[in-house]
Design a protein around this ligand. Structure first.
Ligand code: SF4
Ligand code: SF4
Length: 114
């Protein structure tokens, strides 16, 4: 067998950054205020409102407006990778760990029965 017999399946490149996080999670009310995005940001450009009832992340740099990020435009994706409310990451994790997506009755985790 040569390396070209079974080429790896091409997967979509993850390019989602603050722009998508802002539009899809923060602006829609899906954000739980967990602060994972704040902690994960390698450029320290996400601030956080600590007031009761807010607990909301916001962008500290205004160059591209508060709904976009210059570092994200250059390829940084840490915040969307860290956010537990951003899109459906569980099926991908299940496929990686168990080789299949979990069933509806496995809401507490995969049973491991295949
Ligand atoms: S795209 Fe990168 S630099 Fe910009 S807010 Fe997200 S983690 Fe921070
Ligand atoms: S990681 Fe997601 S849910 Fe948590 S504070 Fe950031 S945007 Fe909100």
């Amino acid at each position: 067998m040569t390396l070209t017999d079974n080429p790896p399946v091409a997967t979509e490149r993850w390019t989602h950054q603050w722009k998508e996080l802002y539009e899809e999670v923060i602006n829609t009310g899906l954000c739980t205020g967990c602060a994972a995005c704040v902690i994960s940001c390698p450029h320290d450009v996400i601030g956080y409102e600590h007031e009761e009832g807010k607990y909301k992340p916001f962008h500290l740099e205004e160059d591209l407006g508060l709904d976009n990020c210059g570092h994200g435009e250059k390829g940084c994706t840490s915040c969307t990778r860290a956010c537990p409310r951003f899109r459906a990451w569980e099926p991908e994790a299940d496929m990686h760990l168990f080789g299949r997506e979990r069933k509806d009755e496995e809401c507490m985790g995969s049973t491991g029965n295949f």
